[in-house]
Design a protein around this ligand. Structure first.
Ligand code: GMT
Length: 375
């Protein structure tokens, strides 16, 4: 099929999932066209099966807010016509499903029918989408999609509770391409980060409030009081400066390394012993899955869809949101005993294989075919 994918091109789970999906679809012989305002960060190779079409929004002084949805829907119309696209897959409802719907309607005027799949990722529902300013438009564009998918059962239930949804929501979980990881690194370059006797604890996110960054620091503070350890913080975002300040206040700055954004997540996870994800809300927790496939156990909150990924007592532990004492206690239980750590590491990678791309990709392909036939 010829598939147009709309996503956010920056660091963030939904963009990563959309990009990895597009690459995998191209590897299966589909022709994939990414339509967004910048080349997606994980999209390195363009080729005869992968294309990138940039959406330009010209600055015009009359506009206080530049109309991205308008530019996106026009770009979609042009791309779909020029490349004879069969199907449109939009990731993250806001504003992509809305712009996609407009493109569909414009094309219908010309007798072109292109089905639209909308994948809900989390904050498009739980944080932004439910705001009264957006809710009617989000409800409308979800209901107007030909197929709606959500990345976890929890997000599906949440969406049904918040919005008046008339469409069936199919759960298609996030996935991992283990061929990207399994044999990539033999030398983890652990020595760059920590002494031999130190355990390495890692957190990766966009440093937004919802990630509860102070909890990450508090959990680590408790861990490093008991065992020699380093904390590696990966990502950029609004909470980063506060986090650096908190480390100063606690006197642990020399044990915490802030790396910024990275395209080499697997290199970092390769030398990590434990992953922390104490989020307030998380529709799935792709970062936890990326940790698990790299043999890193996860200490997390039990928010949202995380329990569908991190298995309590098997791949790590789950605690109530904000219960940093319990999270630190569980972290130490894993880190203090090398045999226990080894068992959790093995379990993590075995459990992550539930989400292997080869199991998830056919679910999307089946939905594509269903939508295409019904158009
Ligand atoms: O975690 C974020 O804030 C980024 C956000 C995104 O849209 O990129 O992530 C959401 O989508 C990911 C991919 O489906 C999920 O793994 C994350 O759990 C979800 N984040 C939240 O629900 C907070």
């Amino acid at each position: 099929m010829k598939i147009a994918i709309v996503c956010y091109p920056t660091f963030g789970g939904s963009g990563v999932v959309a990009t990895e999906l597009g690459i995998a679809l191209a590897n299966r012989g589909h022709e994939v066209h990414f339509v967004t305002y910048k080349q997606p960060v994980r999209l390195e190779l363009l080729g005869n099966k992968i294309y990138f079409h940039e959406v330009h929004v010209p600055e015009y002084p009359l506009f206080k807010y530049q109309p991205y949805e308008l530019a996106l829907s026009s770009k979609l119309v042009d791309t779909i016509k020029l490349h004879k696209i069969d199907l449109l897959h939009v990731h993250y409802a806001i504003p992509h499903a809305y712009a996609g719907y407009m493109a569909k309607k414009m094309l219908e005027e010309e007798g072109i029918y292109v089905p639209m799949i909308t994948t809900l990722h989390g904050t498009d529902i739980t944080l932004v989408g439910k705001h009264p300013f957006y809710k009617p438009a989000v409800t409308f564009s979800i209901n107007q999609s030909d197929v709606v998918t959500s990345v976890s059962e929890n997000l599906k239930q949440h969406t049904l509770e918040i919005f008046n949804i008339k469409k069936e929501i199919e759960v298609v979980p996030n996935f991992i391409d283990k061929s990207n990881y399994s044999t990539s690194f033999t030398d983890c370059q652990r020595s760059l980060m920590a002494e031999d006797n130190e355990k390495i604890v890692t957190h990766i996110s966009n440093f937004r409030k919802v990630k509860r960054i102070p909890d990450v620091i508090e959990i680590f503070n408790r861990i490093q009081k008991e065992i020699p350890a380093k904390l590696v913080m990966v990502g950029e975002g609004p909470e980063k400066e506060n986090a650096e300040r908190l480390c100063e206040e606690l006197g642990i700055s020399d044990r915490v390394i802030f790396l910024g954004n990275s395209n080499e997540i697997d290199r970092i996870l390769c030398f990590s012993d434990l992953f922390l994800l104490p989020s307030e809300s998380e529709s799935f927790g792709l970062a936890a899955l990326e940790a698990m496939i790299n043999k890193v156990p996860v200490i997390s909150s039990n928010a949202g869809g995380i329990p569908e990924v991190n298995e309590h007592g098997i791949t790590g532990f789950l605690s109530d949101v904000g219960d940093v004492d319990d999270m630190a206690k569980n972290a130490l239980l894993i880190l203090k005993d090398d045999a226990v750590l080894e068992k959790f590491k093995k379990n993590a990678v075995i459990s992550a294989e539930r989400f292997d791309i080869m199991k998830v990709l056919p679910l999307y392909e089946a939905l594509y075919e269903k939508a295409y036939k019904a158009r």
